[in-house]
Design a protein around this ligand. Sequence first.
Ligand code: ZN
Length: 278
Amino acid sequence: MTDCTVLDVVTALDARYPRSWAESWDKVGLVLGEFDHPVARVLCVVDCVPETVDEALTLGADLIIAHHPLLLKPVSSIAPDTFKGRIVHRLIRAGVALYTAHTNADVANPGVSDALAARLGLTGLRPLVPAEGAAAGEGRGLGRIGELAEPLTLATLTQRCADSLPWTAAGVRAAGDPEREIRTVAVCGGAGDSFLADATRAGVDAYLCADLRHHPVSEHLAGGGPALLDVAHWASERPWLDDVAAWLRAEFPLDVVVSDLDTDPWTVHSAFVKETHP
Ligand SMILES: [Zn+2]
């Protein structure tokens, strides 16, 4: 048994990831759940989707901590025959609270990109885009820049990313000369193409993020920017769940479970065999 309540855990989460640190468009904090409901087991997920709700219910979790907001855009109905309404109904009926830490966890120190950078063995971490406003100071900001222990070619670094990040069907792809020597790397958990110019300005050798697209990448490389590594969105943010879980276990007598359910939507990846491809 535990004396923890939803309010206790939410208060601690709000202190570590203040809501004022989130982007103005973001929706973070407690999504649903009674404040006085006891919490013994927590499930940490990137996405609150039917599959991770199944996992929470099977585990008997009392609280889900999710990275992505369930209700980012305004809704006029949470009827149970809608995708998100179904989730809301299932959680409330099962007495499972839902909390979101999104861009406020991105800028935090340690935050989402610190956990990603640590997986790649980067050290000497500093923000790619230092935070301004409420979140400013103390190493906070979006993305991280760090150094590799020894220089690697882009091809070797790409393989290291594939080996050190959680498995996804999408895998890792890179843009630029495979033999390019990489010492300094910028990383950003989640979609990161809005920081391509920041990575170029920072003078890093490579920049890793998720959700990169043809035209921004082509134009970035043509402009002499760093090599790029594109990883699955879920895989780039999943490492952070370990950090949240370790902190929660240290703060509270809770059973904290990290979901390894791959919620990346891509499920199949086939590589061409260049030598035999017609
Ligand atoms: Zn994300």
